[in-house]
Design a binder for this molecule. Sequence first.
Ligand SMILES: Nc1ncnc2c1ncn2[C@@H]1O[C@H](COP(=O)(O)OP(=O)(O)O)[C@@H](O)[C@H]1O
Ligand SMILES: [Mg+2]
Length: 518
Amino acid sequence: MEQAKTVVEMRNITKRFPGIVANDSVNFKLRKGEIHALLGENGAGKSTLMNVLFGLYQPEEGEIFVNGQQVVIDGPNKAIKLGIGMVHQHFKLVHPFTVTENIILGSEPRKWMGLAVDKKQAYEKVNQLSKQYGLNVDPYAKIDEISVGMQQRVEILKTLYRGADILIFDEPTAVLTPQEIGELLVIMRNLVGQGKSIVLITHKLKEIMAIADSVTIVRRGKVIDSLPVAGTNPNQLAEKMVGREVSLKLDKKVAVLGEPILEVDNLVVKGRQGLNALNGTSFVLRRGEILGIAGVEGNGQSELIEALTGLRPVSSGSIKVAGADVVGEKPRAISEAGISLIPEDRHKHGLVLDFPVRDNMVLETYYQPQFNKRGFLDYEAIGKHAERLVKDFDVRTPSIMTDARALSGGNQQKAIIAREVDKNPEVLIAAQPTRGLDVGAIEFIHKRLVEQRNMGKAVLLVSYELDEIMQLSDRIAVIYEGRIVGEVKPSETNDQELGLMMTDYKQKQGGAGNEQAD
Ligand SMILES: Nc1ncnc2c1ncn2[C@@H]1O[C@H](COP(=O)(O)OP(=O)(O)O)[C@@H](O)[C@H]1O
Ligand SMILES: [Mg+2]
């Protein structure tokens, strides 16, 4: 096969930040017409390398060649001149403006000898580009009125409008629904089909297998390998990314269901704006199962968790733990009734960052007799307790006296899980338990959750990650606008069906019979 020409070559790029070498003598080559994935865990140095290519950072060492010519990219304007465009993780759009106004911002076409902006020409060009690459963007729509997926396409159009031939996407699927991800992959294929070249930054193996032609793996700032995707597999990639063997498949034996332990009936709860966030939510969770709550963020998940843990008042309906209604009880009483929570936001609700790991291990139990002697905290007992949890849950910390703040995200999360599981709850609520964590930590946490379920505990998994829901759950309940609109088994559904249920429940009957939505 004929080798396509190299459009970008980065040689021995080193970029340092105080205390860290983000890119350590990195070599990277992008060929014309390919989708090249840049794979690595959080903090591996992926964004830094591409920010260097886009001129946002200046490397301390190394050379860059674009189309065979050595270049110095001293800012994004230079990158754009060289035909490089970047779609960032966080969009930079002006909301009250239209799509086209955003796209031309900073490079307005002029008429009347440069005295006025030629909007008509701009709208036409945006429309033409949108058609050419199958982006399906309305050039006249206001940014306020379009979905996140559409906003991302506006960012893509912006790079194309400025003449980009080399497009960098930084974790583009993180903010998208399953349908939108499918559409984005088609768009990327369209782009390379018409001669563009793409760098796709991601830590999702599934995406790489689905779309990329080649992959470069980085770990702790260094390139580990660069190879064609056709000759590799997810396990091999995971191993290179993490630096040790990882099992991607969970060993899950068949669930042994016990009696119902959490019964939520017709729950109505007000949200932040005073409107109903839960509109009659009902479901049952049994011992020995993992029930996954799937849904697009903002459909009542946070309010459900808050209501279940006593942090948000319930307007009507009931929550029964082992048969006893806990509605109206204080959080401590609910915790004692057997509900434990691995919270959504581990910094705000999971840990006190300025406390040592030791104290964080007894945040909710310090008043109990085993940690308390005649009204004084028994630090010896608390210390022993913390040492044991740190060891059992492989929390990597220099000592139990280290502040929680100093731990990595994965180790902070392990510490929370250790504490919550050790309370020996009836029901363990895991809210986004692996958000932002790397493959190694995800593997560990998933195993612990399955272990709890195998021990006969009930696990309620609330996650926006469909892969996680599909992998862990024994049963999936889909939440949409505060109602459970359907229940399915992972083995009997797929991403597409779940995606439909998550966005427009009318496509799927079943659920709690709430057909006359408002
Ligand atoms: N502007 C910055 N200042 C200081 N440190 C940074 C900066 N940007 C990134 N880093 C550090 O560099 C390392 C690589 O980060 P990054 O390139 O963002 O990783 P990735 O995109 O692979 O998750 C991390 O340790 C990160 O904390
Ligand atoms: Mg990044």
